[in-house]
Design a binder for this molecule. Structure first.
Ligand code: HEM
Ligand SMILES: *[C@@H]1O[C@H](CO)[C@@H](O)[C@H](O)[C@H]1NC(C)=O
Ligand SMILES: *[C@@H]1O[C@H](CO)[C@@H](O)[C@H](O)[C@H]1NC(C)=O
Ligand SMILES: *[C@@H]1O[C@H](CO)[C@@H](O)[C@H](O)[C@H]1NC(C)=O
Ligand SMILES: *[C@@H]1O[C@H](CO)[C@@H](O)[C@H](O)[C@H]1NC(C)=O
Ligand SMILES: *[C@@H]1O[C@H](CO)[C@@H](O)[C@H](O)[C@H]1NC(C)=O
Length: 283
């Protein structure tokens, strides 16, 4: 991961560690959600991720990021996976195209699962499982993923474009120092380097000048296990952001397209449209 990534990741994860008010609907999510309906679901995802990782280890980073991008636009509903004929889907937006990667891995996992248990396992859950498996492969950090997310019906114009600063793209200049320490490992090295004032931007320094935050930085720098535990908790918490559950949304057959026909159409949950991002978009 590059420095920009780690900086934002760090800020965001620190925010997630606190109980700042993200909308969470944990009620409908459950660890082992598919135990009865599709017992092999999680292992099929793990196999797809492991195969893709063996071929290209960068896929793990791509999948972790994709789960984040799914969750941070109208909740973890699988909408980031949708294709759009007119290039207005999330995946076509400036922060996502062409830099998001791993769509084929989700397709492969979904095909394997559909063959065993048709129309049962949501793409949003597959993505959450895949991110978890990627974390395990790159960081040896394990956590259980509560599942039961259902998927949004409609593609919609990207909101991430507004959510993230316009010029933070893959072209943003990056520094290689952090990459040299642990380029392919998910660990606490960001915090270790932060403490040494290495390769830092102004925003990184803010983590050191704020007394509360710097205490956390020190803690994470000194205790890999503490950071691991917090990271796993933050991933689970992120995965619960505004999920559709129960009979809301649908289970897509193909993660890239909304189901045709009415057989699986249900009322889309209200009050979770683009409006909620207005405040963020203007910041
Ligand atoms: C608003 C907050 C964030 C911003 C602005 C941001 C921005 C970026 C940027 C600019 C990149 C580089 C893209 C490229 O090289 O093409 C990136 C990559 C990445 N981000 Fe973030 N990020 C944010 C939060 C997060 C969070 C919360 C996570 C994890 C939960 C995350 C995980 C990643 C990963 C793993 C990569 C590398 C992806 C790959 O190699 O394919 N980011 N991010
Ligand atoms: C392996 O990775 C390469 C690129 O790194 C990609 O072109 C190819 O499709 C991948 N093969 C499989 C089986 O995933
Ligand atoms: C793109 O397509 C979607 C549905 O496929 C539609 O709702 C939207 O209005 C279209 N946007 C543009 C700019 O044509
Ligand atoms: C992975 O973590 C487990 C439990 O924390 C530990 O027992 C094991 O040795 C670790 N494996 C590697 C390769 O570091
Ligand atoms: C963003 O970057 C582009 C291309 O480098 C530049 O033309 C534009 O002025 C920048 N916008 C801002 C707000 O910095
Ligand atoms: C640090 O945390 C304490 C306890 O949560 C809080 O009361 C205080 O305002 C915080 N200080 C800063 C500078 O954020």
């Amino acid at each position: 991961m590059d420095r920009i990534t780690k900086r934002f990741l760090c800020l965001l994860l620190i925010a997630l560690f606190f109980d700042f008010p993200v909308e969470i609907d944990a009620a409908g999510l459950k660890v082992g959600f598919y135990t009865k309906t599709c017992p092999s679901a999680e292992s099929l995802v793990q196999q797809a991720v492991a195969a893709a990782f063996a071929n290209n280890s960068g896929m793990a980073a791509g999948l972790i990021r994709m789960h984040f991008h799914d969750c941070f636009v109208r909740g973890c509903d699988g909408s980031v996976l949708l294709d759009s004929p007119n290039k207005t889907a999330e995946k076509d937006s400036i922060p996502n195209n062409p830099s998001l990667r791993g769509f084929e891995v989700i397709d492969a996992a979904k095909s394997a699962i559909e063959a065993k248990c048709p129309k049962t396992v949501s793409c949003a859950d597959i993505l959450a499982f895949a991110a978890r498996d990627s974390v395990a492969l790159t960081g040896n950090i394990t956590y259980a993923v509560p599942a039961g997310r259902r998927m949004a019906h409609k593609p919609y114009a990207s909101l991430l474009q507004n959510l993230c600063p316009p010029n933070v793209t893959r072209f943003t200049p990056t520094v290689t120092a952090l990459d040299l320490i642990s380029p392919t490992v998910l660990d606490n090295k960001y915090y270790v380097l932060l403490k040494q004032s290495l390769g830092l931007l102004t925003t990184d320094n803010a983590l050191l000048t704020d007394a509360n935050l710097s205490a956390i930085v020190t803690d994470y720098a000194n205790h890999q296990k503490t950071w691991e535990g917090k990271f796993a908790k933050a991933m689970v918490k992120m995965g619960k952001i505004e999920v559709l559950t129960g009979n809301q949304g649908q289970i897509r057959v193909n993660c890239r397209v909304v189901n045709k026909g009415t057989d699986t159409e249900q009322g889309l949950v209200s009050g979770s449209g683009p409006d909620q991002f207005t405040g963020v978009a203007s910041s």
